[in-house]
Design a protein around this ligand. Sequence first.
Ligand SMILES: [Zn+2]
Length: 233
Amino acid sequence: MRLSWRLSSRSEDRFETWIAQRHQERVLTGETTAVGPCPDQAFLRDLARRSKRITLSDPRVDHAASCPECMKRLLAFRNVDRSRRRKLTAAAAFAACLLVAAVFVSVTEYRAPRKQSAANAAVASVTVDLFDAGTIRGEQPGALQSVLLPASVVKVTVILPRFSPAGQYAVAVTQDQNGNGVVAQGGAAATSNGDHVTVSVELDLRKAKAGAYFLATIHEQDQASYYYPLRIK
Ligand SMILES: [Zn+2]
């Protein structure tokens, strides 16, 4: 129902446009006779813009509709008006794009630092110094003070015992000193800084219960593993 109404309305528009074009052609080729003098430019400009100031009963409207000179000016005014409207539309669209871009940028700028600070707040950094811990394989370093880690995501930097070789290491939190009951583990390549060799891994201890554990460092190449007492608070 609505669709057919639209179609008939559109075909009416086309019909009216066709009549207007036929009329324009007749006027421009001098087939019509205009009555009275030509109105001034201001009146023609208002007429071209369909200004509300103009009443159709005005005799100047009849003149302009049948005078070839006035018709040419009317068409010229209408073209100027149309290009001005197109420019305004383009400018408005461009301004809308700028606004969308500005909102997008401010939203992403607003979000990014929040995300970053949340991530930073969640990760605790702990350095475990084992430089002077025993270096005999399998030996339990009894005198070593136990390492304390929070039950959160922890970036653990282990300063490996003296004379530790470079290479890839695994660092784990285990429930005993035979490597059973792994609570969390991570792997990384050791970096050498002077005579200190360190390895940094991120361990997720959020699900670990508070208590006694072991911190294991395992050199992946020769599988040498060391266990140090650890407490999770
Ligand atoms: Zn005229």
